[in-house]
Design a protein around this ligand. Structure first.
Ligand code: AKG
Length: 284
């Protein structure tokens, strides 16, 4: 795919697949690292159950639906944020200056829920609509094991649809978008091979269904990026700072320059689990 094709497809559909952007060896190393993370060899994860050294690797993995911010404890996950094939595509769709603000490691063993329709910009609000997700498949992602589904073109109106909590057992505890002018018949499953990357716009409506496979994980590493020119009002600003100046500085520059370098960086987030529906949804 030429760079022009990549950009025009991304602008039209809100997503593009980078086939085999990671090699088999790179995927294997990330899968091994996922085991070390889940065994807590690399550091603590807020909300995780205590480690049981007698557990098999698979059982250690199965305890997690998703771990947020694994790049904080894993050099390999942090390096993968800067993967050249992904960064090259990001500079096509975002621009020359790109920063990352989060990573998520999905394990999603058989029986684990999906995530309801949502737009990532509702959760991570850039000021210039530049939010872009890079969903890296660590296993072949299929409709059976809970691949992503997208509503192509749903990013184009540039509208953030409302959100609500839900009790649908197919989905984890994160909120669900509603009131949008598309329905499930418009949805397209994005089945991709391990090592391929789905790059998608922060306004694109997307969801995943449960892993209905009999055995096996649907692992994916998801990193989020945006233009380094935009402030990111994603956390409560320091006392005395007006909300209009809020700027999340727990970021990693992956391309170009950071015009706000003078502000320095700040550790705001630590690795934590995403609650599974089994563990109850904390709505406190
Ligand atoms: O991988 C999944 O199941 C959901 C991921 C997702 O929706 C996201 O990264 O925004």
């Amino acid at each position: 795919m030429t760079n022009t094709d990549l950009k025009s497809r991304y602008d039209r559909d809100g997503y593009v697949v980078l086939d085999q952007a990671l090699s088999t060896g790179e995927v294997a190393k990330l899968v091994e690292e996922a085991v070390r993370i889940c065994r807590r060899d690399l550091g603590e994860i807020d909300g995780a159950l205590p480690v049981d050294p007698a557990q098999t690797d698979d059982d250690a993995l199965r305890r997690f639906l998703c771990i947020h911010y694994p790049h904080k404890i894993s050099e390999l996950m942090a390096a993968t944020m800067r993967h050249p094939a992904i960064v090259s595509a990001l500079t096509q769709v975002i621009g020359p200056d790109v920063k990352a603000m989060q990573s998520m490691l999905f394990i999603k063993a058989e029986g684990k829920p999906g995530q309801a329709w949502h737009q990532d910009e509702m959760l991570i609000p850039t000021r210039d609509r530049s939010l872009t997700g890079a969903w890296i498949a660590l296993d072949d992602a299929t409709t059976e094991n809970g691949c992503l589904w997208v509503l192509p073109g749903s990013q184009r109106p540039g509208v953030l649809y409302p959100n609500r909590e839900h009790d649908d057992p197919q989905y984890d505890c994160t909120v669900q978008s509603y009131g949008f002018p598309y329905d499930d018949a418009d949805a397209v499953p994005v089945e991709i091979e391990a090592g391929s990357v789905l790059l998608f716009n922060g306004y694109l409506l997307h969801k995943s269904l449960p892993n209905t496979g009999r055995h096996g994980f649907r692992r994916a590493l998801v990193n989020h990026y945006m233009s380094a020119e935009s402030l990111l009002p994603w956390s409560v600003p320091a006392e005395g700072t007006p909300m209009a100046q809020a700027d999340f500085r727990d970021v990693v520059l992956v391309a170009g320059t950071d015009p706000y370098e003078y502000k320095g960086l700040e550790e705001v987030r630590r690795p934590r689990i995403r609650p599974d529906r089994d563990g109850g949804c904390d709505r406190g």
